[in-house]
Each structure stands twice: as C-alpha cells, then as structure tokens.
Design a protein around this ligand. Structure first.
Ligand code: ZN
Length: 165
C-alpha cells in the first residue's frame, strides 16, 4: 500500500534545521502515526511522502513556507507582567497561550519569552521553527487503512494509547 490521502502512516523520522543537529525524532520502534492528507504534519513533508511505500526512506528538505511558516517580526510583542496569571516566566521559557484571532476565533499556541524587563515581557508568537528550513530523514514503517473514527476525528489514534478527546 502506498501513502495516500485517508491512510494512516507510521513514520520514523529525524529532524534538523540545516546544521545536522537532531532537534526532534521518533523513538525506536515507536513511529509517528498520522492520518495522511489531514494536515497533521507540515504541508511540505506531507506532499513529499505521497506515494511512498513501506520500507522506503527519503531525505526531505522543506522550506519554511511549507513548514512552520516564515518568521513574522510582527509576532514579537511587549506585554505587561500582569498578562501572566501564573507568575512571570523566565527568558527562554515557552508558555502556552490563547490568542484571539481576527475572525473572532481562538488559537492555542506556545509563545516564547524573549526578554523579561522591569514592567514588561517581550514575547514571540512565532512558532519556534518559523523561518527555518526543515531537513527530515524519514522511513515509512507502516501504511494502513484508517478507522471510521480516525477519519471522523481527522487524525490517527495510537493503537494502545488512551483516547480522551
Ligand atoms: Zn481522536
């Protein structure tokens, strides 16, 4: 079976951003499971995997625009200490936050604390990998049909993991 939309793919992967230093990887014998075509992984990787077969390996270089997006300088803001209800975080910390979108919706994201000043905190709303070219080494370990539940949810389920959503 080849990787195609609506199938669940088990993937061994390693990720670096050009310097060869691995910043993320799947655990041995525990491939990442995702539902192909559902946007669970970055678009550039998803399209490169299309049509691959079990056992095939590939190096995929994904430009920022097809990865976590270009770095947006407007994503850096200075906010008052009072914005942090659980106390002011340290520089370098990644803090979960809910951001109001222009269309009235909300988005959960991780913001990065760049600098803590006397009364304010400089935060960066960009994804930590925004603006980076992503280098993936991937091996397709498994391709299987998705269950009706997975298709309904739009993501793969861990066969023996808890399902609480
Ligand atoms: Zn689910």
């Amino acid at each position: 079976m080849k990787v195609a939309k609506g199938l669940v793919v088990g993937l061994d992967y390693k990720l670096h951003v050009g310097d060869g230093k691995i910043i993320d990887e799947s655990l041995p014998d525990d491939p990442l499971q995702y539902l192909h075509g559902s946007g669970q992984i970055v678009p550039g990787l998803e399209s490169a995997l299309e049509g691959m077969e079990v056992g095939q390996s590939k190096t995929v270089v994904v430009p920022a625009a097809e990865g976590y997006g270009e770095y947006d300088p407007a994503g850096v803001e200075e906010v008052p200490h009072s914005m942090f209800r659980d106390g002011v975080p340290e520089a370098g910390a990644e803090v979960p936050a809910t951001v109001q979108l222009e269309d009235g919706g909300e988005e959960e994201l991780l913001l990065t604390v760049k600098e803590v000043k006397k009364d304010t905190v400089v935060i960066d709303l960009n994804h930590p990998l925004a603006g980076k070219t992503l280098h993936f080494d991937v091996t397709v370990k498994e391709v299987r049909a998705a269950t009706p539940e997975e298709l309904e949810h739009g993501h793969a389920h861990d066969p023996d993991g808890d399902h609480d959503h």
